[in-house]
Design a protein around this ligand. Structure first.
Ligand code: GAP
Length: 457
C-alpha cells in the first residue's frame, strides 16, 4: 500500500530551532490562530482559528483522511458525538484512572505535574524554579464534566469526551453490521477532545480543547504484532512526508511506568522543536481492553465470529492517535524560516516552507500594476478560473516584491504575475516560493500545472 511520495523540496540539514514566540506572533498577525475570548482576557489552553488557520487545518485533516481512509480498502470512517452516556467513561477507565498527580511549591506557588518534574527535584521535594519546598502530591481527574437535561435534580452528569476514540468502540458493532467489512479492519475518526489539563501551555501543544485523529484497527490476537508494526511504520512515514527536517522525527518506547491504563505497549512518534523532543502521535497496543470493558459494562456481547473458521473472540486493537493541533503547531515550527537578504531577495524575508498540499493559499494572482486596467482584468479572470479548483487569492496592493513577501510569509507555494508580456502572448510568470525561481507558462496551461503541484496523489 503506498500513501505518498516524499515531495518536500528543502534540504534536511539542521537549522536553528524556531522560537515559539515567532510562530505565535505570525499566527496572530496573519490570522492563523487567535486566543479564545480575547476581549474578556482569554481562557488558558483554548484557541480559535482564523481565516488562514482554518484553511490549514482543513488541509491537514483532509490529507490525513485521504491517506488513512481513502487509500486503505480495509479502513472506514465515522464521526461520533462529543457527549456520550456517562457509563462509557466508567467502562473506559477514565473516571478512575485519567488523572494527573500535582505538587505546589510552598514558596513561589508554582504548580507542577509530578511526571514532569526532574528526578532530582522529586527525590529532594524541591521546586525546580526557586528551590522551595513542594507539597505532597494531589490527584486531579482530567475529565470535563457537563450535564444533560434542564430540570434541577433530574439532570444527568456526564463528560465531554476525554479521548475521541471511545466513539469508535461504541460504533464498532454498528459499522461491522452495516458494512460488509471483516477483521482485520480499521475505523477512523477526527474529532474534538477535552481535558482539564492542569498545566496547559506551549501555545497549541497542550490545550484543554483540542482535536484528535484516531485509527482503531481490529485484529485477531495472533496478528497483533504484525499490524502493530505495520501501522507504526505507516504513521511514521506519513509524518516524515510532510516535514522538512526529517531528522527531527523519532520513535520513543514508553517505559512500563508511563503506559496509559489501556495500553500494554506504546510508542510515541516524537518531533524535536524548541520545547524539546515531544509526543506528536501515540501508537498503542490496546489489546482487548476496550471491547472487553464495553461488553462487560453494557451487557452487550462485542465478540466477533470469524465467518470461515467460526472462531469467536474479542478483537484486539492497534491504535494510532495523534493531534490535529499538534500537527498544526509542529508544521509551522518546522516550516518557519527568516531568510537573510540575498541576491534573490535584497530585503530578506520570512517564509513558511509548508508542503504545497497543506498550504492554506495555493496560489496568488498578482497584476504587475494596479493602475493598468488590462492587467487587472486579465489577473481577475485568471483568479476566477483558479479559485474554482483551489484556494486562490487576488492581490494588487503594494509593489510586486512586497506582495511576494506577504505570500511567502503565509506559505503560498505559487504566485502568478500578469505583466505586459501577458497582454501580447497570453503567458504569465509563475514564481515558486522556496527557490524563488520563475517560469513562463501559457494561461491555458496554468490550471493543469498548479493542480498537479498542489494536490496529493
Ligand atoms: N486515544 C488515545 C489518546 O488519547 P493520548 O496520547 O492521550 O492518547 C493522543 O493523545 C494525541 O492527542 C497526542 O499524541 C497529541 O497529539 C494529542 N493531544 C493529547 N493531549 C493534548 C492536549 N492537551 N492538547 C493538544 N493535543 C493533545
Amino acid at each position: 500500500m503506498t500513501q505518498t511520495e516524499d515531495k518536500t523540496s528543502l534540504s534536511t540539514e539542521d537549522t536553528p530551532l524556531v522560537p515559539m514566540e515567532k510562530v505565535v506572533a505570525l499566527c496572530k498577525r496573519r490570522g492563523f490562530v487567535y486566543p479564545n475570548s480575547e476581549i474578556y482576557g482569554g481562557v488558558s489552553g483554548i484557541y480559535d482559528f482564523g481565516p488562514l488557520g482554518v484553511e490549514l487545518r482543513n488541509n491537514i485533516r483532509r490529507f490525513w483522511w485521504w491517506s488513512m481512509v481513502q487509500l486503505n480498502d480495509n479502513v472506514l470512517g465515522i464521526e461520533g458525538s462529543i457527549i456520550t452516556h456517562p457509563r462509557v467513561w466508567e467502562a473506559s477507565g477514565h473516571v478512575e484512572n485519567f488523572v494527573d498527580r500535582l505538587v505546589d511549591c510552598k514558596k513561589c506557588k508554582r504548580r507542577f505535574r509530578v511526571d514532569h518534574l526532574p528526578a532530582e527535584n522529586l527525590e529532594q521535594n524541591k521546586c525546580p524554579v526557586c528551590g522551595g519546598e513542594l507539597t505532597e502530591p494531589r490527584v486531579f481527574n482530567l475529565m470535563m464534566e457537563t450535564y444533560i437535561g434542564v430540570v434541577e435534580g433530574e439532570r444527568m452528569k456526564t463528560y465531554l469526551r476525554g479521548e475521541a476514540c471511545q466513539n469508535i468502540y461504541l460504533d464498532y458493532d454498528n459499522v461491522l453490521k452495516s458494512s460488509r467489512i471483516q477483521i482485520p479492519f480499521g475505523i477512523c475518526q477526527i474529532g474534538k477532545a477535552f481535558r482539564n489539563e492542569v498545566t496547559p501551555g506551549n501555545f497549541l501543544f497542550r490545550q484543554r480543547e483540542f482535536e484528535q485523529w484516531d485509527l482503531q484497527f481490529f485484529v485477531h490476537p495472533s496478528e497483533m504484532q504484525k499490524w502493530f508494526d505495520y501501522w507504526k511504520e505507516y504513521r511514521f512515514e506519513w509524518y516524515k512526508s510532510i516535514i522538512n527536517h526529517k531528522d527531527r522525527l523519532r520513535f520513543r518506547a514508553h517505559g512500563p511506568d508511563e503506559l496509559a491504563h489501556y495500553a500494554k505497549q506504546a510508542f510515541d512518534i516524537e518531533y524535536k522543536s524548541i520545547i524539546g523532543w515531544q509526543e506528536w502521535e501515540g501508537i498503542h497496543w490496546r489489546q482487548d481492553w476496550d471491547l472487553s470493558r464495553h461488553s462487560q459494562y453494557s451487557g452487550q456481547d462485542l465478540s466477533y465470529t470469524d465467518p470461515e473458521t467460526k472462531e469467536r473472540y474479542i478483537p484486539w486493537i492497534v491504535e494510532t492517535s495523534g493531534g490535529v493541533d499538534r500537527t498544526f503547531l509542529n508544521l509551522l515550527l518546522d516550516a518557519y524560516e527568516e531568510e537573510p537578504p540575498s541576491g534573490k531577495d535584497k530585503e530578506g524575508r520570512t517564509v513558511l516552507h509548508l508542503h504545497p498540499w497543506l498550504a492554506p493559499i495555493k496560489v496568488a494572482v498578482l497584476p504587475l500594476q494596479k493602475n493598468k486596467e488590462e492587467l487587472v482584468t486579465t489577473a481577475k479572470d485568471i483568479h476566477n478560473r483558479l479559485k474554482r479548483l483551489m484556494v486562490a487569492q487576488y492581490d494588487d496592493v503594494a509593489n510586486i516584491g512586497r506582495r511576494y513577501r506577504r505570500q511567502d510569509e503565509i506559505g503560498t507555494p505559487f504566485c502568478v504575475t500578469v505583466d505586459f508580456q501577458t497582454l501580447e502572448d497570453q503567458t504569465v510568470t509563475v514564481r515558486e516560493r522556496d527557490g524563488m525561481t520563475q517560469i513562463r507558462l501559457a494561461i491555458d496551461e496554468l490550471p493543469g500545472y498548479l493542480v498537479e503541484k498542489v494536490t496529493w496523489r
